[in-house]
Design a binder for this molecule. Sequence first.
Ligand SMILES: Nc1ncnc2c1ncn2[C@@H]1O[C@H](COP(=O)(O)OP(=O)(O)OP(=O)(O)O)[C@@H](O)[C@H]1O
Length: 255
Amino acid sequence: MTVQPSLETRDLTIRFGGHVAVNAVSCAFHPGELTVIVGPNGAGKTTYFNLISGQLAASQGQVIKSGTDLTRMSPSARAQRGIGRAFQLTNLFPQLSVLENIRLAVQARSGDGWRILRQVAGLTDLAEQAEHYLEAAKLSGVAHLPAAALPHGDQRKLEVALLMAMEPDIYMFDEPTAGMSLDHAPDVLDLIAGIKKDTSKTVLLVEHKMDVVRSLADRIIVLHNGELLADGAPDTVMSSDIVRDVYLGKSAVPA
Ligand SMILES: Nc1ncnc2c1ncn2[C@@H]1O[C@H](COP(=O)(O)OP(=O)(O)OP(=O)(O)O)[C@@H](O)[C@H]1O
């Protein structure tokens, strides 16, 4: 039996003037799978994310979620359909406390009737749910601090906690441990590993750090010059000559 992909891009393309930043990328993602997207600087990884979450409009091609075409939908319409991309804290409520921010995220989801699959079965009270995410992100000690006052590492953890509170079924992380100290990075990686255990979720992760890639990836796709260069099991992809050549900076894209 063929399982329907939870997310699919078909021939997805965007051009900026004459430059094709994402070039006809067709790829399907499935629940219970964490895919890491790798590639050299400027390969198109963040642009691919922007096309999926709706921050950029495709020049060509489609974004399909569980059979629904999202390509012409706004970012918020996609979010309501379960596409979850980590928030930028600057877009939230920096003067409100960590706990209040999480409560708002829980409320936003509940108020919309936006219930994909309840991650916290049995917790009916919104405050209890907020506490749950606060503890999961190991932020209880700073629950009452304004979000803006958090050190960078805690802000990144809060981003993940807020995303979890929205209970999307597609999680998208763009370098989630960027700029974090070695003390904090494991907390964020543990959170992502926890999400990955839920087989109803699909996780996409853009990452440069190879130790992170190795610890989390079920599958790796490689973008290069906007094109899908490789796709497969981590060991196979990372040991392929093409991928090695790309990382060594040689021109190795097959003709
Ligand atoms: N809004 C834009 N206008 C013009 N060009 C853009 C725009 N956004 C991205 N690009 C170009 O598209 C290409 C892909 O950029 P993108 O940021 O997606 O790469 P990346 O793989 O995420 O790189 P990095 O690893 O450095 O973050 C780059 O050449 C970039 O300059």
